[in-house]
Design a protein around this ligand. Structure first.
Ligand code: 5GP
Length: 215
């Protein structure tokens, strides 16, 4: 029961990871994708400017407000939202292509996007929320990133409280007080969800074969 990519035949899943900025979700997401060939990261479109070190097409597709509006009108987004005074959206086509080929897709998106994706594809969505161990810790992480001005960091901290309030809309919550521990929990969740009966193809035929065998 192996498919073209050598994995057990099953429906691809949509793994949504949300957290306030700075709680570590980007590092956790990138490591999970690097360690799992069957998982790809959805690269969102955003109207915000690239931060130092970010590359167009890698962290985000950086597009103008006009281009963003055009894509909204065309129905190109699976979901989109206003976050921190900018627009962010997930392109529909690459996600559908990956799922139809039996691959999984990871989304690093906020609670608004998570709600929209969940409403469209509930059975395929797994929702994980990452919490920081404390707000002083979150502040330290935002400062150590040193990519945003103090005013932006203060606004992000304020918004973090709003984002954290949505933790109970998720299936799993991980407190990221230690990267390796949080990562191990994320891997357990992902691997467990891959094995869910409702996502697996061909088991009926396999079991029928088992039943027909001589013991
Ligand atoms: P940042 O500007 O720090 O990269 O991201 C800000 C927030 O926007 C993060 O919480 C991130 O998860 C969220 N975000 C990134 N891409 C998308 C997207 O395509 N849709 C939605 N709804 N949120 C996104």
């Amino acid at each position: 029961m192996l498919n073209k990519s050598g994995h057990a035949a099953r429906r691809g899943l949509m793994l949504v990871i949300s957290s306030p900025s700075g709680a570590g979700k980007t590092s956790l997401s990138r490591r999970l994708v690097a360690d799992h060939a069957e998982l790809e990261l959805s690269v969102s479109c955003t109207t915000r400017a690239p931060r130092p070190g970010e590359q167009d097409g890698r962290e985000y597709h950086f597009i103008s407000h006009a281009d963003f509006e055009k894509k909204v009108a065309e129905g190109a987004f699976l979901e989109w939202a206003d976050v921190h005074d900018n627009r962010y959206g997930t392109l529909r086509a690459p996600v559908m292509a990956a799922l139809s080929e039996g691959r999984d897709v990871l989304f690093d998106i906020d609670w608004q996007g998570c709600r929209q994706i969940d409403a469209q594809a509930k059975a395929d969505v797994v929702k994980v929320f990452i919490l920081p161990p404390s707000l002083p810790d979150l502040r330290r992480r935002l400062h150590s990133r040193a990519q945003d001005s103090d005013a932006v960091i203060e606004r992000r901290l304020e918004r973090a409280k709003g984002e954290i309030g949505h933790f109970d809309e998720y299936d799993y919550v991980i407190v990221n007080d230690d990267f390796d521990g949080a990562y191990a929990q994320l891997v357990h969740i992902y691997r467990g969800e891959q094995q869910k009966l409702s996502r697996r193809f061909g088991l009926e035929a396999f079991v029928a074969g088992l039943m027909a065998e001589e013991a």
